[in-house]
Write a protein that binds this ligand. Structure first.
Ligand code: ATP
Ligand code: MG
Length: 574
């Protein structure tokens, strides 16, 4: 392609509303433009990059035996009502009523639709295992779209869904997909980390996330130094803290007046007591039941762990329910006296380290002190669950090993779904033994746009983007530096030779100074630059430079083509 004819609107200034390098560079390099909050249009070089990623994903999925399909972006709400996920997705799921009064969903994912297809088309064990995938637009009305396409509202996802007769077959395909994801991210030039993950609103029994370690990532990865364990913070387990032997002579409970002191921060400052001495009490709703969750004041409840401990969907109770339960304003709840009034009490291990704790008095503007777990509220019994339900923090260990933390970007996730969707949507098959069973399912997602942004975010330098060659918009940029027929002719010859050899070349034939061209070449990040200037041309040479290196190599004109082909091959196989 000739630069003079291409729409590559580069910009010098850093766009004001772009907070992180990848977002700034995608705008500055003319890759994309914002159309509305969380919605972007890709310009020619941006679309070239996306297509490269899509091609890699498609190639590896096909090699793994998956079959490509295409499902609609507008889905019937009825299917979502059957699985109950219209509720789970909440406001993130955009929907509209059509002219016939039917409710439609803008696909945020496609488990419901693919299971509906399976329900109709798969009847026998002979048709499985089967793995179906699509690469298509998804829409999620994210609460806070940000960081450009890292969290946008509309994005391209590769989503696949596998159907099996049993868990063993699911495990086989899960492993194939896991390995396929490793190949995909490696081919895209990304350094990734695989972590154990919660399956969240997807449901199911097992999940891994593929994460790109990066300071601006929104996910927190928790790992042991020897890498024997790595998990998303939503899932990361911690060893229970040592429980100190309780003194038998903990004084009796005493009421303390704490007007308007509701949060742990407020009350610990007010009483000049360490947050460690508080029993934080939160009221949740799980179906028709109320659930009390207790954690030590210096820790945070982990909603995913709490959901697992509760054995089902769980959400914070509303103000009215809390007032009704405790008889007090929100902020003064405590476990003493509430055991018989709730469905479950879920107590984090950390609470058991407390000897004479402070907690809400279930009376507006009052707390109580000298609260001893086991004496003043039950720590065993039918409705009591002791579990790990808090977030891991600095200083925690897991299986005796110190936990470390870093941020990351989730680019893909694989799930063992089990029969959650097939049971609800009636996707059954006739097994060998002539019994009818629900299909066992797996699902596997990749964020195409996030791969692009992650590659930029982790590889850029002060001059701009540094593309891995496999997803670069062009492999080579030719920069004729300086005017003159000879320079033009030499540049045109290399352009023609390389293009004929199948290389993707951008020829910067603009009528601009060398400096301007070099700046743009660096900004848009083409991996190999060939410069044709008067000086080297006098020696019948071109100058070849890799974007990621500063060294410039003089190559005789006659060898340029062979040298470039060889360099591309080398970069591709790194
Ligand atoms: P997140 O936790 O970041 O919101 P998710 O776990 O909800 O993502 P999945 O349902 O697992 O996402 O979707 C599969 C993939 O789609 C993710 O791994 C991610 O790469 C991509 N993805 C999800 N949401 C977005 C978004 N808002 N913008 C861009 N890519 C996204
Ligand atoms: Mg995910």
């Amino acid at each position: 392609m000739r630069y003079s004819k291409a729409l590559i609107p580069t910009v010098k200034e850093v766009p004001a509303d772009a907070e992180i390098p990848s977002h700034q560079l995608m705008l500055r390099a003319g890759i994309m433009r914002k159309i509305a909050s969380g919605t972007y249009a890709y310009l020619p070089i941006g679309w070239r990059v996306l297509k490269k990623v899509i091609n890699i994903v498609r190639d590896e999925m096909d090699k793994a035996g998956a079959q490509e399909i295409l499902m609609p972006a507008v889905q019937p709400m009825e299917l979502w009502q059957q699985t109950g996920r219209n509720v789970d997705y909440g406001l993130t799921m955009a929907h509209f009523t059509d002219r016939h009064g039917r409710e439609n969903v803008l696909a945020p994912t496609a488990e419901e639709v693919v299971t509906y297809i399976a329900a109709n088309e798969i009847n026998s064990y002979k048709q499985m295992p089967v793995n179906l995938y699509q690469i298509s637009f998804k829409f999620r009305d994210e609460f806070r779209p940000r960081f450009g396409v890292l969290r946008s509202r509309e994005f391209i996802m590769k989503d696949s869904y596998s159907f099996h007769t049993d868990n063993e077959s699911l495990s086989d395909t899960y492993k194939v997909m896991y390995d396929t994801y490793c190949k995909i991210f490696a081919r895209c030039g990304l350094r990734y980390v695989i972590v154990e993950a919660e399956s969240g609103e997807m449901g199911g029994s097992g999940s891994h996330q593929f994460t790109i370690p990066c300071d601006n990532g929104e996910d927190v990865i928790v790992y042991t130094e020897d890498s024997s364990y790595a998990a998303n913070i939503e899932k990361a387990a911690v060893d229970a803290l040592p429980v100190v032997a309780k003194t038998k002579n903990c004084p009796a409970i005493e009421e303390i007046h704490t007007p308007n002191q509701k949060t742990i921060t407020e009350i610990s400052a007010f009483l000049k007591e360490n947050a460690q001495n508080f029993i934080k009490t939160l009221v949740y709703k799980s179906g028709a039941d109320l659930v009390l969750a207790l954690v030590r004041g210096d820790f945070e409840i982990n909603p995913e762990k709490l959901r697992c401990a509760a054995g089902g969907t769980i959400e914070l109770a509303d103000e009215a329910a809390i007032k009704n339960l405790t008889g007090a304003e929100v902020g003064f709840a405590g476990p003493v006296g509430l055991a018989g009034k709730v469905g479950k009490i879920i107590i984090d291990h950390s609470v058991l380290t407390i000897e004479a704790g402070i907690t809400g008095a279930n009376k507006t503007d009052y707390h109580i002190k000298n609260v001893l777990p086991g004496r003043d509220f039950p720590i065993e019994g039918n409705n009591v669950i002791i579990a790990d339900v808090r977030n891991a923090v600095e200083g925690d260990t897991y299986k005796g090993k110190k936990l470390l933390f870093k941020c990351g970007i989730e680019v893909g996730q694989v799930f063992k779904l089990g029969t959650k969707y097939s049971a609800k949507l009636n996707a059954k098959f006739l097994d060998k033994d002539s019994t009818e069973k629900p299909c066992v399912m797996g699902c596997y997602g990749i964020g195409i746009n996030r791969i692009v942004a992650s590659a930029i975010e982790t590889l850029y330098d002060k001059d701009g983007i540094v593309w891995p060659i496999n997803i670069a918009p062009f492999e080579v940029i030719i920069v004729p530096a300086g005017a003159g027929d000879e320079i033009t002719a030499a540049a045109e010859k290399i352009y023609a030779d390389l293009t004929a050899a199948g290389v993707e070349v951008l020829l910067d034939d603009r009528d601009a100074r060398g400096g301007v061209k070099f700046k743009d070449a660096d900004l848009i990040g083409i991996p190999i630059r060939i410069t044709i200037g008067a000086k080297s041309l006098a020696e019948n040479c071109a100058e070849v430079k890799l974007r990621r290196e500063s060294e410039i190599n003089k190559i005789p004109m006659a060898d340029v083509k062979a040298k470039i082909l060889q360099t591309i091959e080398k970069l591709k196989n790194e």
